[in-house]
Design a protein. Sequence first.
Lengths: 198, 539
Amino acid sequence: MKRIPRRSIADRIGGFVRDWSLPRQMAGQSSATEAAESRLSRGLRPRLEEADTVGTSICPYCAVGCSQLIYARNGRPIQVEGDPRSPINQGTLCPKGAATLGLMTMPERIDTVMYRAPHSTRWENRPLDWAMERIAYLVKRTRDETMVHKLPDGEVVNHSLGIGSLGGATLDNEENYLIKKLFSGGLGMVWIENQARV
Amino acid sequence: MPSLGASYGRGAATLPQWDLANSDCVLVMGSNMAENHPIAFRFVMQAKAKGATVIHADPRFTRTSALADIYAPVRAGSDIAFLGGVIRHILENDLWFREYAMDYTNIATIISPDYQDPERLDGVFSGWNEDGKRYTMDTWQYEGMAVPSSLAEHHVDTTESFNKTSKRTDQRPPPEDRTLQHPNCVYQIMRRHYARYTPEMVERVTGCPAKVFLKVCDALVRNSGRERTGAICYAVGWTHHSTGVQMIRGAGIIQALLGNVGRPGGGVLALRGHSSIQGSTDIPTLYDMLPGYLQQPHAYRPHKTFDEYIETERTPTGWWHNFPKYTVSLLKAWYGDHAAKSNGWGYEWLPKIVGDHSQLPMTLAMRDRVIRGMFFLGQNPAIGGSNSKVVQAGMAQLDWMVVRDCAETETASFWSQGHLIRDGDMRPEDIGTEVFLMPACLAGEKDGTFTNTHRLLQWHDKVVEGPGDDRSELWFIYHLGKRLKELYADSTLERDKPIRNLTWNYREMGPQCDPSAEDVLKEINGYTWVDRKQLSTVQ
């Protein structure tokens, strides 16, 4: 935000006389355009002018499905607003949706993997690659320990009751598809569930 | 909530939100729509501006009530009595839309002569099994045949004879009495059943004054028929009741009687809470369904082989007679060239469920050490689950858990700040769970689609990279799968075939090797196997 310097009384009076709209309107300028301008407003620029990217998003909150435009500068979002092309929200957003920029940039957001070892009393930051390798190892270990290929009567069940997954209603369709494909079709997990049951 | 699916054959809102603007009467019940879905509520207000009557039936006088023409106060949980009263009002005063209901509903269909009303059986319907405390539904079927409900509802305790009788639906239509005089036709059964829901009974049970209740009935009836339509909107005020299914069914019956489904401005609109809660049912991360409402194979049903599964689940009439095609397409998409006719398209690689694996039993399975590792993917059961202390006690029994979220949730920090620690039951040192909190991307930081409350699929762009090590679920699952496929690459065990044979070819994009969401979407959409051509229609 630009700082506006404090002005002297004389400056203010001078400014008022120069910016006063009425004489300019009487001189024929339009009250909606030229006569509405002041020195200050002439210098103001829209925040969106600073954006170097704009993309379409869908509001992450409820399922009404309002479209959003996300403006970004140098890879960081600077503005989120309703997309006027949407037949649902026609450019509007509710207070919660209008605060999406706050969700994306909130100070509580984490940006590294946090790891808590068994019986530990604190979080540690760990590299992403290390965590992925460790999780893959644990999944394999638990799956191998709990996998049932056949029931005693010979029926093939190919399942593991040892691993579960919960969540999905806030995720993308593509993500849910891959979760079910890997966890169920690949690993044989049966405890797969999300908020949608209710 | 398997209710819209059971009533209308598809479990989703029957109208797009903007169609509410064409409505002549909107009943909002079990929702504070003006505050919780304000953008969708604009269409209700547009309808009101054109002269529609807006009704709010709710225990609380909220902003939705303030904007409604009629506010009907009801006691929490008494919705069934209210809706039942509306049904009685319509039937007893002969106010239903006859031409519509006679041809588009089963109102004239004759039900099995073995069916008996609760009046005769001291409060229970025929088929009650006192020992098991549950119903068998054989006597509730159409006379001489059973019509299968939409596939998603099949898991609701159907019996084997049901499957056999349902095969007869292609031989002749179900028997009807179009004079509606047969004592066991749907119309007469409904009249007998709903006779008790008088305005006085509604007032006694719901607390809503009979005068106000009748005003609501009148508005609903007046705004239906050939020239007019009405809509009903609900949200978690219904679905979070244990009787939510029955409430939605009540709304379903009202709209079928009034001819309010499939016409402009008419319908039942489920106002869903999460951004893709409809999508996560259609392409389910649910235990009992495969993508596209196909049944998850069950160890205790006739699902042993591919042929048996198809024979059991296919229906002779209706769109679901395509069931075998959908099943083969899915197996082909998952197991690729390994799925062939000779091995039942790899059907036996799909895991079979053995019972109820939903969230509540899952919590107990964690506590009882059946489940040893858990993924929490954008869900926070430590505060969002039922009986949060049991949930957290369950987490403390796990060997490991992975939490994927954009901030440190109560689930992630249960071991240091949860109920067990607060109440002095355990110290962090006592909890052996290995916890990974993986930073997650939000919409705008990843490509993908959400399915909204009226089942509209909308794409969102990756506009910026997520901060630091934040990754999408798509990235996480794809790279986890890639690593696991490597770990299992040399296995010769039969039980490891599914993971080894799983198709996992998605393009990797950008500096973080994001899997292409378009490739995944293309697979969901379906393509021809030989020349990989995307399908443009559903066949």
